[in-house]
Design a protein around this ligand. Structure first.
Ligand code: GLN
Length: 539
């Protein structure tokens, strides 16, 4: 049995209360006291992973170093903690059932009837303990997706009940996140929905140890007392979680409410030191007191749901703070860009990022946007599909080839972006892309080399198509240089345009590795280049 202590975070009343941010903030506070912490998200849906989910529905798919396609909350965990996560940090109902059914087919249950309890719940518990058993962590924070009372989350809640019972109160606790709605007519925060959701948990056999209450207003003492009395929690374990200006304020707010102290006391863990939040506060200071600002256009297909590009938006927050600059993002649907509209849509922007994506919709708009920024020497950053579009644009408008990506046109005469050989035989969609961290060797003298300050880097991938090396010589000769390549496969990873202030396209996803502590160097340099462009154009 592991020596790690387990903290479960459940949610009630409504979804979208920000369990991920509360979990990440608590983890940050414990980490800032010198503890080793990791976070896990259990998602109660039947997909094996979120890789096949539409970003409109579920937000971005976050890819880990080991190539797991995971929930976007893992992005918050990495951004807050500066520690990598892996497949073990995100488990869905689909994966649990898949494991159990695979075992059943192998005959591992030896003639028994396979049931939700104990087989599914045992498999959930096995996954909960996996991280603790590595011996690497003092605390495992496990967030249960969805709301208590949902049919889907019942087996997870039952597994939490059993873990709490198995390990005892000093080794496992439950933090329940709820909402206190403010009724304008009554001028009061209401506790009833919280009481009901705690009852729901109690029905499942779980007494929450700490209540974290989301609220638009400060929670008065009499309301705290009422919650404590009706929900059987200590008065000092009713924690107020007011709406914050930025998610990065939440660790500070949780510290003020002493969430970390309550957790340590309940888990009978002593910490001599107060959390060291100096670095975090310096970051917040810069974030909140910018000395300049830039406007950057984010051209993508899923712009109506900003969560679809969560990591890119957050990478700009980190890079902006590093440059003491307020980055205003203008979200632009690539379908709104055409030859006629491009100038109007992109006018006044100091830099343009063309986002990752899938499918042909909006691709021509992305290509048009890239032509405009290339010709007008506006800083450009292309990520994954954005990079691929920059190669197509260059081939069409500089080399005058009738070129395309085979994703856009499978019959194109010049497939400058083509499906990777090993991808051509694959018919299954889930988990079959080029996924996870790969090495990239960068040429000295390039902008990427100047940004990273080193020649070999690892970045994360999630794609099926690639730069077609048959066109490499021709494209490089005309001025679009492959300055980063995979040393093992020779696949192109980074392209840069000669004679342009900052035009960088990357086949990988740099946004996934940007954290508060380590803002991503390419985002930092792109913001810097955009600031310079703004100064040069006297805006
Ligand atoms: N659709 C492209 C591919 O599969 C790009 C993927 C992406 O932007 N993540 O290669």
């Amino acid at each position: 049995m592991s020596t790690a202590k387990y903290i479960f975070v459940t949610g009630g009343v409504t979804s979208s209360l920000g369990k991920g941010i509360i979990a990440a903030s608590l983890a940050k506070l414990l980490q800032a006291r010198g503890f080793k912490v990791t976070i896990q998200k259990l998602d109660p849906y039947l997909n094996i992973d979120p890789g096949t989910l539409n970003p409109y529905e579920h937000g971005e798919c976050y890819v880990t170093n080991d190539g797991a396609e995971t929930d976007l909350d893992l992005g918050h965990y990495e951004r807050f903690l500066n520690v990598s996560t892996s497949q073990a940090n995100n488990v869905t109902t689909g994966r649990i059932y898949n494991n159990v059914i695979t075992k059943e087919r192998k005959g591992e249950y030896l003639g028994k009837t396979v049931q939700v309890i104990p087989h599914i719940t045992d498999e959930i518990k096995r996954n909960i303990f996996l991280l603790g058993e590595t011996g690497e962590y003092d605390f495992i924070i496990t967030e249960i997706g969805g709301c208590v009372g949902d049919i889907e989350s019942l087996p997870f809640i039952e597994a939490v009940r059993q873990v709490k019972w198995d390990l005892g109160p000093n080794n496992a606790i439950v933090i329940h996140l709820t909402l206190l709605p403010y009724l304008n007519a009554a001028k009061e925060l209401k506790t009833k929905p919280t009481q009901h959701s705690v009852k729901e948990l109690l029905e499942a056999g779980i007494q929450p140890d700490i209540l974290v209450c989301r609220s638009e207003k400060p929670i008065p003492m009499e309301i705290r007392k009422k919650l404590a009395l009706f929900c059987n929690v200590h008065l000092n374990s009713v924690i107020e979680a007011m709406d914050a200006d930025t998610i990065y304020d939440v660790p500070i707010l949780m510290r003020k409410e002493k969430l970390d102290e309550r957790v340590l006391a309940k888990l009978k863990t002593h910490s001599k030191e107060d959390p060291d939040l100096e670095q975090w506060k310096t970051f917040l200071g810069k974030l909140k007191n910018p000395v300049s600002d830039v406007r950057i256009g984010l051209v993508g297909k899923y712009v109506s749901l900003p969560d679809a590009y969560k990591s890119i938006a957050e990478a700009f927050v980190h890079a902006g703070a590093q440059n003491e600059c307020n980055v205003q993002l203008k979200w632009i649907s690539s379908e709104d860009i055409s030859k006629d509209s491009v100038e109007t849509v992109l006018k006044g922007l100091d830099g343009v990022l063309v986002a990752p994506g899938f499918g042909e919709r909006g691709l021509e708009g992305k290509i048009e946007a890239i032509r405009y920024v290339r010709e007008n020497k506006i800083p450009f950053f292309g990520i994954c599909l954005g990079m691929q579009c920059s190669v197509v644009e260059f081939s069409r408008n500089v080399l005058h080839l009738d070129a395309s990506s085979t994703e856009l046109n499978p019959k194109t005469k010049h497939p400058v972006i083509d499906m990777m050989e090993e991808q051509k035989k694959i018919t299954m969609k889930g988990g079959t892309m080029r996924l996870g961290a790969f090495n990239c060797k960068i040429k000295k003298g390039s902008k990427a080399h100047a940004a990273y300050g080193e020649s070999t880097i690892q970045e994360r991938h999630r794609h099926r198509y690639e730069f077609n090396n048959k066109y490499l010589e021709q494209i490089e000769e005309a001025g679009l240089k492959a300055v980063g390549t995979n040393p093992d496969s020779g696949l192109v990873e980074i392209v840069e345009l000669k004679d342009h202030p900052w035009f960088v396209g990357v086949q990988y996803h740099p946004e996934l590795k940007s954290t508060v502590q380590n803002p991503h160097p390419l985002f930092v340099k792109f913001v810097e280049a955009s600031l310079e462009h703004k100064k040069a154009t006297n805006r």
